[in-house]
Design a protein around this ligand. Structure first.
Ligand code: SF4
Ligand code: SF4
Length: 347
């Protein structure tokens, strides 16, 4: 029998949920949701599970990930229970459960703790540069090595075990039998979703949002490849230099639009921003902008006298790689893609 915990609502509110207890179970939200289907019906069921605190049922469900936050349910809810934001909070809560380190939960719930983590990392960058007498060449070389080590370590030590935990909660623990060949056949679905997030197109009037996300993913992967694998800041190839400029401008331009949406609050998706939402867009924006400026200063021979610019970029990069990617909103991109994969192989 499912375990019921009426204190769950208190916990969920720390992840951003609103007064979902106001729900009187009318079902309007599910009826208007353009992504809900007969087999995968939401968000009403998730609202019920949340009110009753049925944590195990939520943990084994992929439904919070099937929601792409178009907000139709919240606009039409007669009780203003805000089911769209509840689904978003459930995604944050699920991330805290997948994460074996438990740091995601702590950082989601505590802004001061996140700020302390950012200050410690910024101090570490400054202390290291001080130790190296602010030698630009050495610090830049270390920065480049950091990028490669951080990617391998964050993926191998944090993200991969967390994806295995997600698989455990969703497939193994509920005893779902999936033949091995289905894992192989469904792999294409994972790749397609990772790069295109095509399910967003199922939300009404969401073509522009889909396109923005799509080019942001392309820009982000482009910047990752250019800076980490092609060593953009030291590369002399004109093609690589221009490619780096283009992808950093893409990131900068798209994130400016996302930040402006969150400030204006006109779209349902951007009405209720949690600190983790702000950090994701602002840090991405700063990363694109500072990478662009560093390369510009290198090309105009101004970087030698302006090492502070590289240190600023490195600080943003370190905070992004060690806080936002493993424990923050970046993980939505990863878990959502795996959710689509698990959904496919479960079918
Ligand atoms: S529309 Fe609102 S009140 Fe009706 S079931 Fe959904 S959350 Fe509950
Ligand atoms: S936010 Fe959109 S996709 Fe998510 S449950 Fe509501 S209507 Fe459906």
């Amino acid at each position: 029998m499912a375990e019921i915990n009426t204190d769950f609502g208190v916990e969920l509110k720390k992840f951003g949920a609103f007064d979902f207890n106001a729900c009187y179970n009318c079902g309007t939200c599910t009826a208007v949701c353009s992504l809900s289907t007969e087999e995968d019906s939401f968000p009403r069921e998730m609202v019920r599970f949340s009110v009753l605190g049925m944590q195990d049922d939520i943990k084994s469900s992929l439904k919070p990930w099937l929601c792409y936050y178009c907000g139709e349910c919240s606009t039409n809810c007669p009780r203003e229970a805000n089911p769209g934001e509840l689904m978003m909070s459930l995604r944050r809560w699920l991330i805290s459960k997948y994460d074996w380190t438990k740091l995601s939960g702590l950082l989601y719930k505590s802004l001061p703790l996140t700020i302390i983590a950012f200050i410690i990392l910024a101090t570490g960058v400054f202390a290291y540069s001080f130790y190296e007498n602010f030698n630009l060449e050495t610090v830049m070389h270390t920065g480049h090595i950091f990028e490669m080590v951080a990617i391998a370590a964050v993926f191998g030590v944090i993200l991969l075990p967390n994806i295995i935990r997600m698989w455990w909660f969703i497939i193994l623990k509920p005893g779902i039998k999936v033949p091995f060949k289905k894992y192989i056949k469904g792999f294409g679905e994972l790749i397609v979703h990772m790069f295109t997030q095509k399910r967003t197109l199922g939300c009404n009037d969401n073509q522009l949002r889909w396109f923005e996300h799509f080019i942001l993913v392309i820009g982000y992967l482009g910047l990752l490849i250019t800076t980490v694998f092609l060593d953009w800041f030291s590369n002399k190839s004109l093609f690589v230099i221009i490619l780096g400029y283009v992808v950093s401008v893409i990131i900068f331009a798209v994130t400016i639009d996302f930040v402006s949406d969150r400030i204006k609050k006109t779209k349902e998706l951007s009405k209720y921003s949690q600190p983790s939402d702000w950090m994701f867009v602002v840090w991405l924006l700063l990363m694109g902008l500072s990478a662009f400026m560093v390369r510009l200063f290198i090309d105009t021979h101004l970087i030698e006298n302006n090492i502070w610019l590289y240190l600023f970029h490195l600080t943003i990069l370190v905070q992004w790689a060690l806080v936002i990617v493993p424990f923050g909103k970046w993980t939505h991109f990863l878990y959502r893609s795996f959710a689509m994969y698990f959904e496919k192989i479960k079918a």
